[in-house]
Design a protein around this ligand. Sequence first.
Ligand code: NI
Length: 166
Amino acid sequence: MAIRNIREIGDSVLTKVSREVKEVDKRLLVLIDDMLDTLYHAEGVGLAAPQIGVLKRVVVIDVSEEGNDPIILINPEIIATDGCQVGDEGCLSVPGKVGTVERPNYVKVKAYDKDMKEFTIEGTELLARALCHEIDHLNGILYVEKVTGDIRDVMSSEEVDEANEE
Ligand code: NI
């Protein structure tokens, strides 16, 4: 269990296509544990392996408020989409920024679990957005390529407090 360094935009690893996982070995289980540690430490919604410099098709997502409901996806693949949502999106690899991205409002994803058992997961709204965003990472795509309008700075809560005092 370890917190890994999150690669940031400009790092070429983020633009590469990740390789399919053929088998779940000890190293892959460590990778998944480390991805979860890194995700929760960074208080993110999702993390893809290339974001910690590993070009393997592994994604972790947790959209729960308590942060105790991890979804682990190996070799995920979108097999159906429906509808459309337009909303703000951020990325741990693009710190302090946010931009508006159009995504499907529903997605169905096929993936493998830690036992290499195939399963499907359906998501709407935030989960659908997270699934699309993280699977994009596996294909070397950052959300900034899909933004409509400007990429904006996120105010930290401290900055918001200061702005309110002024
Ligand atoms: Ni991201």
